[in-house]
Ligand binder design. Structure first.
Ligand code: SP5
Ligand code: ZN
Length: 347
């Protein structure tokens, strides 16, 4: 099977220049080059069918995110070329709702200073979301595996919040497109906790959210991702955070999957899995501090495919651009092998 892959060139138009974090400005790690290097590797490989997605219906995004957050992105789309808005004022205890037609209010929606808005942000984010939506539709129509080359990433974005380089929660959008009658589980293997996804399904017992990440005491996003966070209300027990310290290698990571993440996923008996496929667990990643190598990522993929459940893989982080292509292919090939071994005709 050639794995359907979704990507739209308009995702490349957004090119944040600087990351402003902790009083320092550095080159922004979330570059257009990330997607370009993955596209190039997938093209060369030949076992992937690359296509542009259809537009995602506005209603699908509006079902997930607050109107004011989306209005803020519309406001940013009117910025002059080359200008970026970095949230700088963070409303706390405001007595009025923030006005999203003013970019100075961006801080009322942002949870960090590293996630800028520019005129190209809204459209790039829409197409990034469209990839996830279309990959979900492909799996809904019977593909055992589909890959959304979503960029910008999404798993940090919540209902009314953006941050961590994320604006619209692509994986959550895929979940919603798959739901109707199906049991959907999310597995988030980005090195950072998927706080947006956790929050969006916090009270939902029908969507299991499992995230494996560096412990938030030492790693972004800091305010969420602790193992004590297990879901709320009817969703209590349908959220699982699996954490490890910096330096976690492939062997230890496999243990985390085998002992914690995979048993929880199996027990939930999902009909379909949405994989938040961050590649920033890689040993050379400039943002993450885990130590997986390319072979480990293939092994992680094989373990995930071994669940025997169709997979919608949605790209999240991963910033060591030179190796992103081989790492994405390693992960996807691993998933394909695992699915085949589990009896799903994926090869
Ligand atoms: C989707 C995703 O992986 N988002 C990660 C956001 C992490 N942002 C916090 C980064 C803090 C410091 N960045 C410095 C990296 C340069 N070496
Ligand atoms: Zn990450």
């Amino acid at each position: 099977m050639r794995v359907p892959v979704f990507f739209h060139p308009a995702q490349l138009a957004f090119a944040p220049e600087l990351e402003w974090f902790g009083g320092e400005a550095i080159a922004h790690p979330e570059t257009a080059l990330r997607a370009e290097s993955i596209v190039e590797a997938l093209r060369e490989d030949g076992s992937f069918a690359l296509r542009a997605p259809e537009r995602v219906p506005d209603a699908a995004i509006r079902a997930l995110h607050a109107p004011a957050l989306l209005a803020l992105y519309d406001t940013a789309a009117a910025l002059p070329a080359g200008e970026a808005c970095y949230p700088a004022v963070f409303a706390r205890d405001a007595v009025t709702a923030p006005d999203p037609s003013r970019l100075a209010n961006a801080g009322a929606f942002a949870f960090d200073t590293a996630t800028p808005l520019a005129r190209e942000t809204r459209d790039a984010v829409r197409w990034s979301a469209a990839c996830a939506h279309e990959a979900a539709l492909a799996v809904r129509s019977g593909a055992p595996l589909a890959y959304a080359l979503s960029r910008p990433p999404g798993h940090h974005a919540g209902r009314a919040s953006f941050g961590g380089y994320c604006y619209v929660n692509n994986a959550a959008l895929a979940v919603r497109a798959l739901k109707r009658g199906r049991r959907v589980a999310v597995l988030d293997i980005d090195v950072h906790h998927g706080n947006g996804t956790q929050a969006l399904f916090w009270r939902d017992p029908r969507v299991l959210v499992v995230s494996v990440h560096e412990h938030p005491d030492t790693c972004f996003p800091f305010f969420a991702g602790h193992p004590s966070e297990i879901g709320g209300g009817a969703g209590r027990g349908a959220n699982l955070n699996v954490t490890e310290g910096a330096g976690c290698d492939g062997r230890r990571y496999a243990e985390l999957l085998d002992r914690h993440a995979l048993p929880a996923l199996r027990a939930f008996r999902p009909d379909v899995l949405v994989l938040s496929a961050g590649l920033d667990t890689y040993r050379l990643d400039p943002v993450g501090r885990f130590a997986l190598d390319t072979g480990d990522l293939a092994d992680v993929g094989e373990r995930i495919g071994g669940l025997g459940v169709p997979v919608v893989a949605v790209q999240e982080g991963g910033y060591h651009t030179p190796d992103l292509g081989i790492n994405a292919i390693a992960l996807l090939d691993g998933i394909r092998r695992g699915l085949t071994r589990a009896g799903l005709a994926a090869e």
